[in-house]
Design a protein around this ligand. Structure first.
Ligand code: MN
Length: 256
C-alpha cells in the first residue's frame, strides 16, 4: 500500500511526522504537504499562479515535498502525477485541534481528504482534540496509533470511494482512550467575536477573536464521542444535498 500523508499545519508540524512514522507500519509513505500553516483555509484550488513542490527533509531525516499550495492543492498535485507512484490512500493530519460539526469545510485537514475523494482515492482526516491555545509541545503518539488502528480496520473492509473518514481523537493517554465510535457530524458552537481596533493612521482593522468553539454534547455525534473519551470516526459525504428538503420542494408548485 502506498499512502500519501499531508496536513494543513505545514510540513514541519510535529503532528505530520507522528502520523508518517505510524503510517510506515502500513506501507510505503510519501509526503507532500504545505510549506506553511493553512489551518482554516478551507477547500482551495489554486488556478491563478503556478505551484511549486520542492524537496525538503523531515525532522527524522526522511524526504518529503513541500508546496506553496493549500492542503487540497498538495493532494491534487500528488495524485495528478507530482508523485509518480499511484497512491492508494490519502491521510491528512494530525491536526492539533478537533475538526467536528461545521468545522469540516473550514478545515484544511478535512478538505485535503475531500480532495482525495474527488480524485477517486479514499481519504482519512485525523485531528487531535487538544485544548486550544496549548503552549507546550503536544503528545501525538496516542492519536497516531489510533489513526493506524482506524486505517487497519478500514483496509479490511470494502469502502465506498466517495466517502472520507473524519477521525477525531480525544487528548488522552493511549490507555485512557475508551474505544472507537462511528459517529455522525455534530453541532459546533462558535463563540467568535469581532475585535475592532485602529491602526496607527486611525483606520479600523478587524480580528475574528473570541473563545475557542465548543459543541452540543449529544450521543452519536463526533463531539459527543470525544467528550465521552472515544475516538470519533465520522463518514463524510461530499454530496451536501438535503434529501428530505428535496422531496419537500419537489411537491411545491414551481413556475412553469
Ligand atoms: Mn491545522
Amino acid at each position: 500500500m502506498h499512502i500519501l500523508v499531508t496536513n494543513d499545519d505545514g510540513v514541519t508540524a510535529p503532528g505530520l511526522l507522528a502520523l508518517v512514522i505510524e503510517m510506515r507500519k502500513l506501507g510505503e509513505v510519501s509526503v507532500l504537504a504545505p510549506d506553511h500553516n493553512w489551518s482554516a483555509a478551507g477547500h482551495v484550488k489554486t488556478l491563478h499562479r503556478p505551484l511549486r513542490a520542492k524537496p525538503v527533509t523531515l525532522a527524522d531525516g526522511s524526504p518529503a515535498l513541500a508546496s506553496d499550495g493549500a492542503p487540497s492543492d498538495c493532494v491534487a498535485l500528488a495524485l495528478m502525477g507530482v508523485i509518480e507512484q499511484p497512491v492508494d490512500l490519502v491521510v491528512s493530519g494530525i491536526n492539533p485541534n478537533a475538526n467536528i460539526g461545521h468545522d469540516i469545510t473550514y478545515s484544511g485537514t478535512v478538505t485535503a481528504a475531500m480532495e482525495a475523494v474527488i480524485n477517486g482515492v479514499p481519504g482519512v482526516a485525523v485531528s487531535l482534540d487538544a485544548p486550544e491555545h496549548n503552549r507546550g509541545a503536544l503528545d501525538y503518539s496516542a492519536a497516531a496509533a489510533a489513526a493506524r488502528k482506524v486505517i487497519e480496520t478500514l483496509i479490511k473492509h470494502p469502502f465506498e470511494r466517495d466517502i472520507l473518514l473524519n477521525v477525531n481523537v480525544p487528548y488522552l493517554p493511549e490507555n485512557e482512550i475508551k474505544g472507537f465510535r462511528p459517529t455522525r457530524q455534530g453541532m459546533r458552537i462558535y463563540r467568535d467575536e469581532l475585535i475592532r481596533r485602529e491602526d496607527p493612521r486611525g483606520k479600523p482593522y478587524y480580528w475574528i477573536g473570541g473563545e475557542a468553539p465548543t459543541g452540543v454534547d449529544e450521543s452519536g455525534t463526533d463531539f459527543g464521542a470525544l467528550k465521552a473519551g472515544f475516538v470519533s470516526i465520522a463518514p463524510i459525504h461530499l454530496d451536501m444535498t438535503a434529501y428530505k428538503v428535496l422531496e419537500e420542494i419537489q411537491s411545491w408548485k414551481w413556475p412553469e
